[in-house]
Design a protein around this ligand. Sequence first.
Ligand code: URA
Length: 240
Amino acid sequence: MTIRLDKWICDNLNKTRKEAKDYIKANNIVVDGVRIKDSDYKFDPYASEITINGKSITSKPEYTYIILNKPAGYVSANSDNVHKTVFELLPKEYKDYSIVGRLDIDTEGLMLITNDGALNHKITSPKHHFDKTYFIRTDSPCNEDDVKKVETGFDYGEEKPSLPGRLNILSTEENDCTAEITIHEGKFHQVKKMMHTLGHEVIYLKRLSMGPITLPESLNTGEWRLLNEEEIKSIEEYNV
Ligand code: URA
């Protein structure tokens, strides 16, 4: 996997993007025998030899990105005195990693877990518009009025109204509606609160996607795997 030199400097020498650019100009950085002065020079930090002012530098360990199909009954926390935590589904080496967008104890589905703070911030910060799509089942029929309200955004009891989203009704009957809802923010209990405001209680909730990452059908409830390079790249390059 290639990375820009200035990003590598930020990650490995704890510098801001601006400081990294100045650092590149002011220091003798050699990658695979070639003096590099361009901040946007791309290289594979795990396959290249890097020296700074003649001193060899080893890249920090690679970041790890986990995708988990969260089952109901597990809390989104590193530890909990009462409930099982999602980290109990993973090997111990990941116990201090961070959850990217928590899910309620009774919510299932796509959960990302990583030790990459910058990427975590990118996914959860509203600035980058990582849409989240959920499958929902409610206790009452949904209608076109609900679709319109979700589409325009509405007051659901929070400080600000919801941003325009999408409600795609899959089936609706007297005591039941199934739908996919896409929201832009990730406020606490947001989907449940929005549906409650529209007069429906959510009785089942499952996250299906976050930005470019979709829950793979091959990942059964409770199973996890590492994100592959293509998936990581799709997050890094995602910019709506
Ligand atoms: N919205 C909710 O209400 N709960 C979740 O777990 C996720 C989104």
